[in-house]
Design a protein around this ligand. Structure first.
Ligand code: ADP
Ligand code: MG
Length: 743
């Protein structure tokens, strides 16, 4: 049993958070999880990747009287975490098969002597040999099972050795267990509780939104070129490209290398040594890009993966979410891009047909449908992903997915839809068979293809009636009609299209079709994601940041650890923004605790002081949140039509609620328009939007807030003040606050 009195131990957490880890505040749910666990409860924590789950057992271990055992599935992961803990001055070690016998004996002797507060072990080790006997002397006071979904066959990373953990409870009946995972499905959650035999666990589940990730889908055209352009546009950033086949990971890596990008392949077919070597090279920033199959993932603790591309369509949304989730663990902005083609869907459908088990085939097909639904959705991607996990996104425009950044305009597509539907009808009528969508588009556009000539489709009354519209747009329109069920596609592998009953009815009754326009060309430029709003951004002196990165790499190499063990990018960006040159200022930097200050503070302070001798100190606006959008708007110079329409009504004295009603938009959107106007120099009285009391509350909530994500402020205010008001408030602040040299 845990003999600590929980309250005083929990009271020490905030001070240790600062002293050891260098952080000023807890992330959502971290403290609650720690308090429950310290009170002796079994706890299940379901938090997305990057939410800071490790800290939930690492920090309490420091106030516990005894050893915290952490079960972790991967050798690389253990070493990585132990390296990071040791760099922060925490007595931690690991035991796994990568160590030789004498090393294991030495570490066990140290454990016998009570030298450690944290021990990482592989699950099989915990139960094998004389290990169980030894543990009795180690005063195990808590057990954390990281990546706990590995215990479930329903999860995507099932590991048989995790099943052995079921007997753990017998040996540690009164010890609090803490299970952690980023997998949210109820089935997996139930499995974790029952397999680990958790006793009335307290379950913590946080939002699965990843505010610092942007999401985009573009048509897959020339994937190698698209990936290269994307990577080349971000010359400093690390990224992962997920591919379907082992062969394509290698081909793509080779193609990128030929273009001068340090890229390596990673898949389960490589021999273990090469796999480890490639992974290490990526972790240590020696290879900037990894082209990988889904085998590459869970072990990737690298916090500064700045982008993830899916070059092929993932098999399901869960996998897609987890894979994109590997970007931006450090909370800085990161981009997720999916290259999408109908051809990939067809390819996968063909594979599915080969699954003999009917039920399995059905599930796989449904999952593929969901994935296709995501790729073809023209509404908010973030909302779509969260909806998949049963979570609502109540905030309207997310500001960082392609749909929200360049919403497709709604337009009256009645004429075009009628043309397309009747062309499908006429083809069938004349030929007695149906054709693929591409052919229908050819007929509408008046093409001169072999098929048109062979089937005499130039004689159709619908031939060439859509010449003024590009062929690609006819295809896109056809897909929209498939999506809304006016057309259907044959499942025989040929994917020919025909009218559904509803499509036929629509053609007859002459109804109108409000549709959205297909994506504009800009949306398919892979490099253009740099224009995406950057939630989580920390503007800083980029020249100094680059210098500090070089210094970090030298220090890390000297210690034979990845760079982020020395300091994270977040810490470096803060340094390059605040120019700390004394110990007190350095301790203010997130991620700088006492041990790191002692070990690395000196060289960084010297580097900063040296930089300041030769370069002017830049200043960065205290309120950075809206900085990026302001910069973008100003460069564009003008307000768009929809904003102007709102402004016109507003100046005519129409209330926000009435503008929203009249324009068929949400109030948040209207407030967003006005905020944009303020950002562009529009003069308004803030009192038109919020009261003095609300303003005071917002000002207070904003103190110490960093990054453009509004949700932390919103939550701090318990949802009392709407997102729209927050945005307006920020707009007023940033236009009156001192602007940085960079703006
Ligand atoms: P997860 O296991 O949930 O994916 P990690 O434990 O790897 O997340 O943490 C992700 C990143 O967040 C790490 O770089 C970690 O140092 C950082 N982090 C964790 N807690 C905090 C905090 N309270 N404040 C600032 N950064 C934090
Ligand atoms: Mg983790």
């Amino acid at each position: 049993m845990n003999s600590n009195s929980p309250a005083p131990a929990a009271d020490r957490l905030p001070a240790l958070l600062k002293q050891i880890f260098g952080y000023d505040s807890f992330r959502p749910l971290q403290q609650e999880i720690m308090v429950a666990s310290l009170a002796g409860r079994d706890v299940v924590s379901i938090l997305p990747t990057g939410a800071g789950k490790s800290l939930c057992y690492q920090l309490p271990a420091l106030v516990r009287d005894g050893l915290t055992v952490v079960v972790s599935p991967l050798i690389a992961l253990m070493k990585d975490q132990v390296d990071q803990l040791q760099a922060a001055g925490v007595a931690a070690t690991f035991l796994n098969s990568a160590l030789d016998a004498s090393e294991i004996r030495a570490r066990q002797a140290e454990l016998d002597a009570g030298k450690y507060q944290l021990l990482y072990v592989a699950p099989e080790r915990l139960l094998a040999g004389d290990f169980p006997k030894r543990q009795t002397g180690w005063n195990v006071c808590a057990i954390a099972v990281d990546e706990a979904h590995c215990i479930s066959e329903w999860g995507h990373d099932f590991r048989p050795e995790y099943r052995q953990l079921a007997t753990l409870r017998d040996r540690f009946p009164g010890t609090p267990f803490l299970a952690l995972t980023a997998t949210a499905t109820p089935r997996v959650r139930e499995d974790i509780v029952s397999q680990l035999r958790l006793a009335d666990p307290e379950v913590f589940i946080s939002s699965f939104n990843r505010p610092n990730l942007s999401y985009r889908v573009i048509p897959k055209e020339k994937p190698v070129r698209q990936v290269w352009e994307f990577a080349a546009a971000r010359p400093q950033d690390s990224g992962i490209v997920y591919c379907q086949s082992r062969k394509s990971t290698e081909a793509l890596a080779a193609a990128l290398r030929a273009e001068g990008i340090t890229a390596l392949a990673y898949h389960a077919g490589l021999d273990a040594a090469l796999r480890t070597q490639n992974q290490e090279a990526f972790l240590r920033d020696e290879a900037r890009v990894v082209c990988a199959t889904v085998a590459f993932g869970m072990g990737i603790n690298k916090p500064n993966v700045r982008w993830v591309i899916h070059a092929d369509l993932p098999k399901n949304v869960e996998g897609y979410y987890q894979e994109t989730g590997r970007a931006g663990r450090d909370g800085l902005p990161a981009d997720c891009l999916l290259l999408y083609s109908r051809g990939d869907v067809m390819k996968q459908l063909k594979f599915l047909d080969e699954i003999s088990d009917e039920q399995a085939r059905g599930i796989a097909r449904a999952q593929l449908d969901q994935m296709t639904g995501y790729a073809e959705d023209d509404s908010c991607r973030r909302a779509h992903l969260l909806d998949y996990f049963g979570e609502e996104w109540p905030h309207g425009n997310c500001g960082s997915c392609d749909s929200c950044l360049s919403p497709r305009e709604s337009y009256d597509a009645t004429v075009d839809c009628r043309k397309l539907l009747s062309c499908v009808f006429r083809i069938r009528q004349l030929s007695g068979f149906t054709t693929g969508l591409q052919h229908v588009a050819d007929v509408l556009a008046g093409g001169n293809t072999e098929k048109i000539r062979r089937w005499k489709h130039e004689t159709l009354s619908t031939y060439g009636i859509g010449r003024e519209t590009p062929r690609a747009e006819w295809v896109a329109l056809g897909r929209q009609l498939l999506k809304i069920g006016l057309l259907c596609q044959s499942q025989d592998g040929f994917s020919t299209i025909s009218l559904t009953n509803e499509g036929l009815a629509a053609l007859k009754d002459g109804r109108s079709f409000p549709l959205t326009r297909p994506p504009a060309a800009a949306r398919s430029n892979p490099a253009s994601a740099t224009a995406v709003a950057k939630a989580g951004d920390i503007p800083c002196d980029e020249g100094l940041f680059a210098d500090l990165r070089t210094l970090r790499k030298e220090l890390a190499d000297a210690r034979n650890v990845p760079s982020y063990v020395v300091f994270s990018d977040v810490s470096l960006r803060h340094m390059a923004r605040d120019y700390p040159t004394n110990a007190a200022a350095m301790l203010d930097v997130p991620g700088v605790g006492e041990k790191k200050l002692a070990d690395f503070g000196g060289p960084f302070m010297v580097a900063i002081a040296a930089w300041l001798l030769e370069n002017p100190r830049q200043s960065f606006a205290a309120l950075r949140p809206a900085a990026a959008p302001v910069r973008k708007m100003k460069a564009e110079g003008a307000l768009n039509g929809t904003t102007l329409a709102t402004l016109e009504l507003f100046h005519a004295g129409v209330s926000l609620a009435d503008i929203a009603k009249e324009r068929g938009l949400s109030i948040t959107t209207i407030e967003g328009h006005l905020a944009r106007a303020v950002e562009n120099g529009g003069k308004f009285d803030p009192r038109a939007f919020y009261s003095q009391a609300e303003e005071d509350a917002m000002r207070e909530a904003l103190l110490g807030h960093e990054g453009p994500a509004l949700s932390p402020i919103y939550e701090k205010l318990c949802g009392r003040i709407s997102y729209g008001k927050l945005r307006l408030f920020l707009a007023f602040q940033t236009t009156t606050a001192p602007c940085s040299g960079g703006l």
